[in-house]
Ligand binder design. Structure first.
Ligand SMILES: C[S@@+](CC[C@H](N)C(=O)[O-])C[C@H]1O[C@@H](n2cnc3c(N)ncnc32)[C@H](O)[C@@H]1O
Length: 263
C-alpha cells in the first residue's frame, strides 16, 4: 500500500456508517442518478470495476443485474461488510486495494471503471493524477470511466453551514472560493473546470458531467420529513431531466465525470 493517508481515511470510515448513506430519500438522488448512467453505458454481461466500493451498494446491485463485478476497497471495515453481504454472489470478486496502486489488476481489463469515492480523499495533485492514471490503465480501450467528485459548494454547505463550522473553515478557504486540500479535514473538493483539467494528460475523451444530487442535499430536511411520495417522484423526474445541465452542476454536491478511454 502506498497511500500515506490510509489511517486518516480508515479512521473516518471506522466511525461512519457508510452502509446507511443512501437511507435518506434526499441521499438516494445520488445513487439513483449514478445507477441510471452506469446502466446506460453497461452492456449485457460486461466487466465492471468499482474502486472505493465501500460496503458494496453499487457493486452488489450491479452483480445482481448480471454484470461481472470486481470491487476494490481500501478500508477493511467496509470490505468485511461488503464480503458478508455478497456471500454466494459468484459474479462479484472483492479485494482490498488502493486507487493509487491497482497493480493487482492487469491493463485494459474492464468495460466500465467506477471511481466513486477515492477522489474525495486524495490530498495532493500527484495522488489525484495517479488515481486517474490507474483507473484509465485498467479500463479497456473504448471503455467508459466514471469519477465521482465533490464541489466546493458541497463542503461549504454540508460542513460549513449545516454543521455550523463556517467561521472555523476560514483557514482553508482561498480568495477565489476554492477550498484547500487538508488531510485532517478528510474531504477534497473541486471546481468543475479543475476536475476536467486533470484529464488533459490522459488518453481519454470527455463524455458528460452529471449533477448526481443537484439541489436535493440543500433541501434534505424538506425532502426527508415533509415531501409526499408524489412530489418526490415529480422532483426526481425533474432532476433526471436537468442533471446534465451546467446550471444544475454548479449547485450539486456530488458530480459524476464520465469519459471514454480512447481506442
Ligand atoms: C464515500 S465512500 C463511497 C462508496 C461507494 N463507492 C459509493 O459511492 O457509495 C468512499 C469509499 O472509498 C474508499 N476509499 C477512499 N480512498 C480510497 C482509495 N485510495 N482506494 C480505495 N478505496 C478508497 C473509502 O474507504 C470508502 O469506502
Amino acid at each position: 500500500m502506498i497511500n500515506k493517508y490510509k489511517s486518516i481515511i480508515e479512521q473516518k470510515y471506522n466511525e461512519y456508517d457508510e452502509d446507511a448513506r443512501f437511507d435518506r430519500m434526499s441521499q438516494r438522488f445520488e445513487y439513483l442518478t449514478t445507477m441510471k448512467y452506469i446502466q446506460s453505458y453497461a452492456k449485457k454481461g460486461c466487466k465492471i470495476l468499482e474502486i472505493g466500493a465501500a460496503t458494496g451498494r453499487y457493486s452488489i446491485a450491479l452483480a445482481k443485474m448480471g454484470y461481472n463485478v470486481t470491487a476494490v476497497e481500501l478500508v477493511d471495515k467496509n470490505l468485511q461488510i461488503l464480503k458478508e453481504k455478497s456471500k454466494g454472489i459468484e459474479n462479484l470478486i472483492s479485494m482490498q486495494g488502493d486507487a493509487l496502486d491497482l497493480s493487482l489488476l492487469k491493463d485494459n481489463q474492464f468495460d466500465i471503471v467506477l471511481n466513486l469515492g477515492p477522489m474525495y480523499h486524495l490530498f495532493n495533485q500527484k495522488d489525484k493524477d495517479r488515481a486517474i492514471a490507474e483507473s484509465v490503465r485498467v479500463c479497456k480501450p473504448n471503455g467508459v470511466l466514471m469519477f465521482a467528485y465533490l464541489t466546493h459548494a458541497s463542503i461549504i454547505w454540508a460542513y460549513g453551514v449545516r454543521k455550523g463550522n463556517l467561521s472555523d473553515m476560514e483557514y482553508c478557504l482561498k480568495k477565489d472560493g476554492r477550498i484547500k486540500d487538508v488531510p485532517e479535514e478528510i474531504f477534497c473538493s473541486f471546481y468543475i473546470e479543475d476536475f476536467a483539467k486533470q484529464f488533459e494528460k490522459t488518453d481519454t475523451t470527455f463524455l458528460k458531467n452529471i449533477a448526481t444530487d443537484g439541489i436535493a442535499p440543500m433541501m434534505r430536511d424538506y425532502i426527508d420529513d415533509k415531501m409526499s411520495e408524489e412530489d418526490y417522484n415529480m422532483l426526481l423526474k425533474w432532476h433526471f431531466a436537468t442533471c446534465e445541465r451546467i446550471d444544475q452542476q454548479g449547485l450539486s454536491s456530488h458530480l459524476l465525470y464520465i469519459c471514454k478511454k480512447n481506442g
